[in-house]
Design a binder for this molecule. Structure first.
Ligand code: S3P
Length: 430
């Protein structure tokens, strides 16, 4: 994909469904009794991988673009897959499904693409093993492919060293099948879709917040039955982030982004925008299925640098590549710290962000747990090496819209992972 700078992005954007919530609808629906009907489902490659895994375990799932109907078979209705479960590029599929597989009376094996098979799985293997699960890394390198054999699960309390919704959700799902109570405390609160949704599906799940709502313990008790639900998936704020950035950075722009999920555990980018002096407003706030939603209006703004750290990081971890692009265009310095988790995403995003920003002429330094961006210099077009990371492709497509000359995004088709219609949506705003 080749892109050049533009001016005047104007209009309304409907953002596709939230990736995290779409995965969970399929997973929780599959292990519920009765039908789960999903609208505004995200038909990206990651969520298609989740559908494929559950179909391979005997679940009938009707999927037509943004509509999904899951014919759940109950907590004990999955059947042994004949083949390896292919989780593709999806960390969420891998880590959450392991919690479910750990509670099954059959063996299973899962594997993904090169990026997925190099991401750390010790973070789930260790606590699952403490619960009595039999999970092993086939190559003994603490990564997928993973092999899961039946185990007798019991509840534990786990104090997670990282704020990770994937780790927390994995353990809560295993907790459905474990004797007694399973609880997870995280250093900072990560996205809480699992807790909110499992409650709607009928699980006995609770969250206790400490120290002003940042630190939290989520707990679940063994479960007899979950019940199919009707779910309308909110627009994904992680996808909205590209249009927020485009509206703020591209001259003479005004974009209305409709029906965006603004759960506080996900909405850190809105706070960062405000701290950077953005012209951004949120209205029409409402709730659907326990999740807050709103419309976001952005207009071209002169941004200034900020500091992003601590409890804010898990609330915007996937948006850091595009926030870094905003910081490169902002006056002054932006410091991003406490974000070492960036190193274990689809790529090492401290490297992929800073290497590509530098290639565009930005003055940026990678650090051990983030980056320091000295903004305000003009960016110039170059070749962007996405390393097949969807969020790098999209973040640098936004940079391309404000850079001099031509920017070539290599492997731009990788946007299919989370936002198949990303480039088409842009065309509607020209
Ligand atoms: C996700 C959790 C986050 C996020 C990922 C989706 C989820 O990962 O980066 O894109 O759906 O639970 P971690 O839990 O590893 O932080």
């Amino acid at each position: 994909m080749e892109l050049t700078n533009i001016s005047g992005l104007k209009g309304e954007v409907a953002i596709p469904g939230d990736k995290s919530i779409s995965h969970r609808c399929v997973m929780f629906g599959s292990i519920s009794s009765g039908i789960t009907e999903v609208t505004n489902f995200l038909p990206g490659a990651d969520c298609r991988a989740t559908i494929d895994c559950f179909r391979r375990m005997g679940i009938d799932i009707e999927h037509n673009e943004t509509s999904v109907i899951v014919h759940g078979k109950g907590l004990r209705g999955l059947r042994a897959p004949q083949d390896i479960l292919d989780v593709g590029n999806s960390g969420t599929t891998t880590r959450l499904i392991c919690g479910i597989l750990a509670g099954q009376p059959f063996d299973s094996k899962l594997s993904g693409d090169n990026s997925l098979n190099s991401r750390p799985m010790r973070r789930i293997m260790e606590p699952l093993t403490q619960m009595g699960a039999n999970v092993s890394s086939v190559l003994r390198n603490d990564c997928a492919p993973l092999y899961i054999a039946p185990g007798q699960l019991h509840g534990i309390h786990y104090s997670s060293p990282v704020a990770s919704a994937q780790v927390k959700s994995c353990l809560l799902l295993a907790g459905l099948y474990a004797d007694g109570e399973t609880s997870v405390t995280e250093p900072f609160l990560s996205r809480n879709h699992t807790e909110l949704m499992l409650k709607e599906f009928g699980a006995d799940v609770r969250s206790v917040y400490e120290t002003g709502g940042t630190k939290a313990t989520a707990s679940i008790r063994t479960c007899r039955q979950l019940y199919g639900q009707k779910i309308s998936v909110p627009g994904d704020i992680s996808s909205a982030a590209y249009f927020i950035a485009a509206g703020l950075l591209v001259p003479n722009s005004e974009i209305l982004i409709k029906n965006v999920g603004i759960n506080p555990t996900r909405a850190g980018i809105l706070e960062v925008c405000q701290n950077m002096g953005a012209d951004i407003s949120l209205f029409n706030e409402r709730k659907e299925g326990g999740e807050p939603i709103g419309d976001i209006l952005v207009r071209t703004s002169n941004l200034h640098g900020t500091t992003i750290e601590g409890s804010l990081i898990p609330t915007l971890i996937d948006e850091i590549p595009v926030i870094a692009v905003m910081a490169a265009m902002a006056e002054g310095t932006t410091v991003i710290r406490d974000a070492a988790e960036l190193k274990v995403k689809e790529t090492n995003r401290i490297e992929t962000v800073t290497d590509n920003l530098r290639a565009m002429g930005c003055d940026v330094e990678p650090t051990d747990d983030g980056m320091i961006i000295h903004g305000g210099k003009r960016l110039h077009g170059t070749t962007i090496h996405t390393l097949l990371d969807h969020r790098i492709a999209m973040a640098f497509s936004i940079a391309a819209l404000v850079a001099d000359g031509v920017t070539k995004i290599l492997d731009s088709h990788c946007v299919d992972v989370s936002y198949p219609t990303f480039y088409d949506t842009f065309e509607n705003l020209l």
